[in-house]
Design a protein around this ligand. Sequence first.
Ligand code: 0DB
Ligand code: ZN
Length: 311
Amino acid sequence: VHHAAAVGQGKGVLNDNKSINTDSYPGGYYLRDITKPMYSQSGGAIETYTAKNKMVSPGTLLTDSDNIWNDPAAVDAHVYAGKVYDYYYTKLGRNSFDDEGGTLKSTVHYRENYGNAGWTGTQMVYGDGDGSDKYAYLSGALDVVAHEITHGVTERTADLVYEGQSGALNESWSDVFGNLIENKSDPEWLCGEDITTPNIPGDALRSMSDPTKYGDPDHMRDYVDTTEDHGGVHTNSGIPNKAFYNFVTTSGVIRDNAAKVWYRALSQYLTSNSKFIDARNATIQAATDLFGAGSTEVNAVTNAWSNVGVG
Ligand SMILES: O=C(O)[C@H](CCc1ccccc1)CC1(C(=O)N[C@@H](Cc2c[nH]c3ccccc23)C(=O)O)CCCC1
Ligand SMILES: [Zn+2]
């Protein structure tokens, strides 16, 4: 089928204008980005679909007749997935979630009154919010999109079991890359702030600098033993989240190097049943591999975990 890259226009969830990589066909445009290396290498693309508020995935590939896109949730899901692809490719040398140039599929308008998002095992899905104004369209936050795609990366690397401590590590690695990729200068390292009560500034789902702000632990002594939420994976993630925050804010440690340490730990050392102590050891080993024993990074990561009572 004849494909040609085109550039469309649209507004995102926060009413911001943005250019959109689309794929033209006789008569219109697909919401498909064929400009990435994965396309020339293996035909992989970034594709955005709609579930039309049913519980289906991927649903219907979005098209438009004039390349002016009027679905903010779709615009952001698409553009932000492209930014996440670019980060993993250029900063970490990873070619899409599977490192094989696999197509990144997003489905927006997933289910009715769905105030959440997720990784299905093969793609991202995003709800429209829960009908109240607690959440905006979930794809309207780059840290959320990066969080979901990182679940895909984790599944294809360490494959951390989504339960208990390994599940909290799974969650934390997604929050870490969500914040690294969003790369805001917000001092609190918030998660989901752009889509949480859009009318109220300053609130979020989680904080990495102070997890206790949202009731999550920031030390091993406060680990929450619960059967809720797969053993508290979105709560106990506060402990490794704080450890990463400690690490990345240590003087002499730069973000791109912290990212390399966390990515190497995930892709080379963590395994499906790793616990917090294993994450400490994995990140110390990764920092040693990359920067040498006794380096600033090794000392910083060791202290970062000790500060949260791990190791
Ligand atoms: O990817 C994830 O970890 C979250 C989805 C988790 C999930 C797992 C298995 C089946 C369904 C859903 C989605 C996000 C999340 O952290 N959700 C939290 C908080 C949350 C959002 N909307 C909610 C509605 C109800 C309860 C909690 C929530 C959660 O599911 O706990 C990540 C970034 C923002 C949304
Ligand atoms: Zn998650």
